[in-house]
Every structure is written in C-alpha cells, then in structure tokens.
Design a protein around this ligand. Sequence first.
Ligand SMILES: *Cc1c(COP(=O)(O)O)cnc(C)c1O
Length: 323
Amino acid sequence: MIELPISFDDVARAHERIAGAVHRTPVLTSTTANARTGAQIFFKCENLQRTGAFKMRGAYNALAQFTAEQRACGVVTFSSGNHAQGIALAAELLGIKAVIVMPLDAPAIKVAATRGYGAEVVMYDRYAEDREAIGNALALERGLTLIPPYDHVHVMAGQGTAAKELIEDAGPLDVLLVPLGGGGLLSGCATAARAMNPGCRVFGVEPEAGNDGQRSFRSGEIVHIATPDTIADGAQTQHLGKHTFAVIRERVDDILTVSDADLVEAMRFFAGHMKITVEPSGCLGAAVALSRRMDFKDQRVGVIVSGGNIDLQRMAMLIQKGA
Ligand SMILES: *Cc1c(COP(=O)(O)O)cnc(C)c1O
C-alpha cells in the first residue's frame, strides 16, 4: 500500500497540540432541517470557531511545530482571508511575526481582522499576479517560513480535527459533507472519518462554477482552472494540492457541486431558522442536504459548517435578492 501524506495518528496528535488554543465548537441540530430532508443532520459549527473559521486549527498545528529558529524569523502565507486570520491569531498566540499576502478584493472584514491580530498585510491583484510567487519571494528575502493555506501536511492534519470532534460528539455518521477549496479541510476530515467511522461516506462539496476538484477526482489528475466566479470566496481555488489530492483520491467517495443560488438559500436557512451567520463557502456542505440535491432520508448526516466571515451588508444583499 502506498503511504499517504497524513494518517489518523497525525490528526489525533494535532488535536492534542491545538487543545486550549482552539475552541471545541458546538454541534447544532435543527428540527426544521431534519423535517425538510428526512435525515438527521449534525452541523459542526466552525463559523463559531476563533477567527470565524476552521483555518485556525491547521494554522496553529503548523506554527506550534516551528523550530526555535523558524519562530524567531516569522511566518508568511497567502490567503483569501480565513487562513490569513488563522495564521495571524496563531502567530500572535505563539509570539511569532506574521506576514500575509492578501488579494486587493478580499472582504474588508477579513483584511481588518488580519491586521487586528498584529500581522503585516501585503496586497496583490488576484486576477493578474501569482500569490504563490509573491509568498515565495517574501520567504526568501526575509527568511520567513511559508505556510500555504491547504497543501501542507500539518495544515491538513489540523483541519481534520473538526471531523474528529464532530464524530466524537454526534456519534457514528452515514454521510459527511465537507466544503472543498484546495482540499486541506476535506483531506483532514476524510482521514479522521475513515479511521473512526469506516462506514461513513465522505463527500467534498465545491461551487458549480469552480468544479476543478470534481474533475480532478474523476479524471485522476489535478485539473487547473481560472479563478472561478462564485460567491464562495473561501473556495475560489484554482486547483487541488499535490498532498491534498493524494489523500482525497484514496479516502473520499465523491466530489459534489452546488450553485450560488443553493448557497444563498442555505445562508438564509442558517440565519432564519438557526440564528447563525454562515459565509457562502461555509454553506457548501449544508447546501447539498438542504437543497435536496441528494436523498439522505433516514441517514445520519454530518455537515462541516466551515466559516462565518462575511460583511453584514453583503450578507443582507445576498439573502434579500430573490427573497
Ligand atoms: C478555506 C475555506 C474553505 C476551503 O477549505 P480548503 O482547505 O481550501 O479546501 C471552505 N470554507 C471556508 C469558510 C474556508 O475558509
């Protein structure tokens, strides 16, 4: 058997490492969601995580393993926002300097929060410049360690702790639905689910407009696309990672897609029925169940609700349209 980049043991050790720094977020249920789908749905609310998204898990797990020299020099990363905030807060907690490369059109709330944690923000044009090249150049120039948003084994293992907690708290599941961008969250969660709950089917969910993950999964090769046009800004990645794809191929059952309209409907459901704010990317998993794109009747369905960072004005505009 080929050895995959991460094992369940890595997720379990990450869980010990991040305890105390990261919240054990609640698992919420909704009678209305269950009635609507005929399933029993368990929502793992990472929108209520510190910094408003699961990214803090992987970020802290990565930075906590820095050597003394790496700690002294600092960390650099590129991100559309939530990974940036995760790195910025984890770095602040561990006393490490952080430099974050962010797109010019990143939501203002995410830029402000990143700066609020004491990080230095370097802006770039995501439609014209290559963020990886900028991050790599900064790392070389200043001796910083680059921690990418998803294709890093410590990040992947850290993200998997969300599913570990969900299965511990909700009990065995029939299905697990996980938002998918670059695959850090999905690879970690699938690794946890496969080990703890072998009968659970694991699905990644990405925006219809950016279905590179689905095409990669089905063709067996990483497909690259242009930055997809979708409201799910946390899942606007152009391709899966080398490490994330290796894990996803082996441990995931399939990749599904939902439309932006499905995401808006799920945002409205969360706000209206469950009184929680969930950003579009955070709705990817839930939208599969709530839109009844798949039939989960009588099944126990776990949903990772991955984040809640959205400007309130933008949220109001989105859920009002077509209301
Ligand atoms: C980053 C992010 C995702 C996608 O996670 P990947 O690890 O890149 O697949 C999904 N939802 C939210 C809210 C995110 O911040």
